[in-house]
Write a protein that binds this ligand. Structure first.
Ligand code: C5P
Length: 400
């Protein structure tokens, strides 16, 4: 099951006795590699201190809409955009009604309106308050607007009543969110992705390579896991850590990458060639370190590497094939040409002459090109671009 690496989680804590459990929720999200920020309503602070949640989350608490200092650090709109998912836990009856009416008179209310993230609500209140007609109507309204509810659970309550209204236990909340996220558009699909550079040895200690960081390929792998896919990541030498749920296979040369790609395409539905494969390799790799004896230079004879992407496209024609094209000029023209020459379904093109995007940076800006259309994805973090690309791919293969 996927974890939350690369996920920005915004936990909104409102004023109920179960607020003391929010520290555990944060701990569990962090254990699963989420970056967690916490919003507290004024009444939440009566139940647990901001200092506790700040210490557990490792981030400053957000609690004010009108504080200039807080707004200049990370404004409420920025925070709303930062969040990949929002969890309101515990969520009181009052907070539910506030969300129904779209009130933005505090930070949480404003964030809920401003965010496009998926929002989970874990209600916690006295059973009679939960069963009250107004709360039930609010519950149905929020469900119909796409909010996801976790609980409430049944059992003994702080006030001694027994019935529905307890907040679901933190570990269960995390499990339920994970399985909700796993119902992604690529669940049941297997995706094989190549990433990073390849190394072509010329002798035991030297090689030809390039400065691909692997960031885009690793982001594609994380986004594919989030979308519910089983992911095989065939990676050249990079310093990145892969998402824990990814099946990672490390290789060096283009030949090894090809061999691994063939092996892990047997059961795969999609191939994404994100690696910057060395175009050439040495004709013969010296067994011993080449000495610097030749005074006026050294000739290394190179031969072409096999094109992994087009080999896979030819060998596994029923899969969906995606290539990346890093270009410095005539970006779209060259990308369209690659779509045809490599006989693939999609090419993602980007302009690597623009140093703010592409190689070894965290952002990218791409065109998604198929034989029918060209979709521009404007500059954003590679993980967000990857999610958009995977979304487009999922629409294509689910139609296929
Ligand atoms: O031809 P070019 O290198 O620009 O094509 C880029 C695309 O082809 C990328 O998807 C890359 O991973 C793939 N490729 C490959 N094997 C090669 C060269 C490129 O799979 N030998």
């Amino acid at each position: 099951m996927q974890n939350f690496s690369n996920k920005n989680v915004l936990l909104c804590v409102t004023g109920g006795i179960a607020a003391y459990k929010s520290a555990e929720i944060i701990r569990l999200f962090k254990k699963d590699e989420a970056d967690v920020r916490v919003v507290m309503t004024e009444s939440a602070k009566e139940f647990i201190t901001p200092l506790t949640l700040q210490a557990v989350s490792g981030n400053e608490i957000h609690d004010s809409l009108l504080d200039i200092k807080a707004e200049s650090a990370m404004g409420h709109i920025e925070l709303a955009k930062w969040a990949d998912l929002i969890l309101i836990a515990p969520c009181t009856a009052d907070s539910m009604s506030k969300i129904v009416y779209g009130r933005a008179d505090d930070l949480m209310g404003a964030l809920i309106l401003a965010s496009n993230a998926e929002i989970f609500i874990a209600p916690a209140m006295n059973m009679n308050m939960w069963l009250d007609k107004t709360t039930q109507e609010n519950y149905k309204t929020l469900l119909s607007r796409g909010f996801s509810f976790i609980g409430p659970a049944e059992g003994e309550q702080a006030c001694g009543d027994v019935g529905p209204g307890r907040m679901v236990e933190p570990i269960k909340i995390i499990e339920l969110i994970k399985s909700a996220l796993n119902q992604g558009p690529l669940s049941g699909k297997t995706i094989t992705i190549t990433a990073g550079p390849t190394r072509e040895q010329i002798d035991p200690v030297r090689f030809i390579s390039n400065n691909s960081s692997g960031k885009m390929g690793y982001a594609m792998a994380s986004a594919a896991v989030e979308a519910g896919a089983i992911v095989n990541l065939i990676s050249g030498p990079v310093t990145l850590l892969a998402d824990k749920s990814v099946n990672l296979y490390k290789v060096n040369s283009a030949d090894e990458m090809l061999e691994m790609s063939i092996k892990y395409m047997e059961d795969a539905d999609v191939f994404i060639g994100c690696a910057a494969v060395s175009d050439y390799k040495s004709m013969d790799i010296s067994d011993i370190k080449i000495k610097k004896e030749a005074a006026d230079g050294l000739n290394i004879h190179l031969k072409k590497n096999k094109d992994i992407l087009s080999t896979i496209a030819a060998k596994y024609p029923s899969a969906y094939h995606v290539g990346f094209a890093a270009e410095t000029n005539n970006v779209d023209f060259n990308a369209k040409e690659k779509l045809v020459s490599k006989k693939v379904d999609m090419i993602i093109s980007n302009d690597v002459s623009n140093t703010a995007i592409g190689f070894d940076v965290d952002d990218n800006e791409v065109n998604v090109i198929t034989n029918k259309e060209s979709i521009f994805l404007k500059k954003d973090k590679k993980i967000r671009i990857a999610r958009e690309i995977l979304n487009i791919i999922s629409m294509k293969i689910n139609k296929k």
